[in-house]
Ligand binder design. Structure first.
Ligand code: NAD
Length: 363
């Protein structure tokens, strides 16, 4: 088996963490006897510098013709002043839309070695193991009308529109219920149905899909987003699968990241179309770029998600996740998860430690 993977390192720490991710991928490919044909493309700020736009047709075609896409991160202060239509992050939205990636899966699982690394109390975060299913191609990030217009009195008016249709809600609800079937069989649907009509519809449709489409074995609860923000840090163990809109998912998943110690630990998968896209949850981290300080584990764990969801190589995925756990249990930490009595390592060394462990594990 030979898989075509498009690799988009992007900006900031993207290339640094991606190098560690692709080296892990090549290592497990060799160990498990499959081929990976890695084709690199430039996106985001790097693409703006080279081509004047954050995503070229050539790179988009490359993505469409591959088995999966691995993405680093995009953006940075250099491009912050640009018009929204050509900002680096536009490439991310365009890729999601063009590849039909309407569901973003963000597992938030605490490695027990990091229970004391969170800014939250150990007894609160211990045992956290939840999955945020975020709707990715609808809602307020895409809804029309949007924009900033000048008013006759010289002031301005900014508008964004939250829009969801029945089919958009149905398909994301199915993703959440199906994920819950393989987990602890509970779905929390998060909305703001008491204020926003679009999410009143969200609640109605999720309830109907649950009742009518064979998910009786799954427990469904509804929660308002403000309460969910609170419950996530009060008692995260109550959650199994959390399904929510694009913007609420964006915010809640970053909050949930802190349960695991650092955003540098969180992988994600964007699925729904023919080609899945896998990326760390974090951004380009301009404050630590080029200093060998970035935590590569979110990217390495994204490689594991890609192996499991797009390439059907779950044994290789398990092996990567086990190696990450072993390295953390061995007391190695990047700066973002550093703890007392642990050995501080850089991005490259962390990647090497994981590869050493992957090499050592097979009996
Ligand atoms: P960020 O995620 O880049 O950084 C937030 C904080 O977390 C920073 O202190 C950073 O140093 C730290 N951090 C992030 N990843 C880390 C890692 N792997 N290891 C150690 N520490 C890490 O978010 P931001 O600062 O708000 O955004 C920076 C740029 O990234 C912006 O241009 C933003 O638009 C962009 N961004 C891109 C994506 C993406 O490409 N998917 C996601 C979020 C933000």
């Amino acid at each position: 088996m030979n898989y075509k993977i498009t690799v988009l390192p992007g900006d900031g720490i993207g290339p640094e963490v991606m190098k560690q991710g692709t080296e892990v991928l090549q290592q497990v490919a060799q160990l498990y006897g499959f081929g990976v044909d890695l084709q690199e493309g430039i996106v985001g700020g790097a693409s703006i510098d080279a081509h004047g736009q954050p995503l070229t047709d050539r790179v988009l075609d490359l993505c469409k013709q591959s088995n999966a896409v691995l993405l680093g991160a995009m953006g940075g202060p250099k491009w912050d002043g640009l018009d929204y239509s050509i900002r680096p992050e536009r490439a991310l939205l365009a890729l999601r839309q063009e590849l039909g990636l309407f569901a973003n899966l963000r597992p938030v699982k605490l490695f027990s070695a990091l229970a004391a690394a969170s800014t939250l109390k150990q007894e609160v975060v211990e045992g956290t193991d939840l999955l945020v299913v975020r709707e990715l191609t609808g809602g307020i990030y895409f809804g029309q009308p949007k924009g900033v217009t000048k008013l006759p009195d010289g002031t301005e008016r900014g508008v964004n529109t939250e829009v969801y249709t029945t089919p958009e809600i149905e398909r994301i609800a199915h993703v959440a219920f199906q994920a819950a079937v393989k987990r602890r069989k509970k779905v929390t649907s998060v909305d703001k149905a008491n204020v926003l009509e679009a999410t009143e519809l969200w609640r109605k449709v999720v309830t109907r899909v649950h009742a009518d489409e064979g998910y009786a074995a799954i427990q469904l609860e509804h929660m308002l987003v403000d309460n969910c923000a609170m419950q996530l840090i009060r008692n995260p163990r109550q959650f199994d699968v959390v399904v929510t809109t694009n913007m609420f998912g964006d915010i809640l998943s970053d909050e949930a990241a802190m349960l695991t110690g650092s955003i540098g630990m969180l992988p994600s998968a964007s699925v729904g179309g023919k080609v899945g896209m896998y990326e760390p949850v974090h951004g380009s981290a301009p404050d630590i770029t080029g200093q060998d300080k970035a935590n590569p584990l979110a990217t390495i764990l994204s490689v594991a998600m890609m192996l499991r969801h797009s390439l059907e190589q779950s044994a290789a995925a398990d092996r990567i996740e086990k190696a990450v756990e072993d390295v953390l249990n061995g007391g190695y930490r990047t700066a973002d998860i550093q703890q007392k009595d642990c050995r501080l390592v850089g991005c490259k060394e962390m990647g090497q430690l994981v590869r050493d462990r992957i090499g050592a594990v097979k009996g």
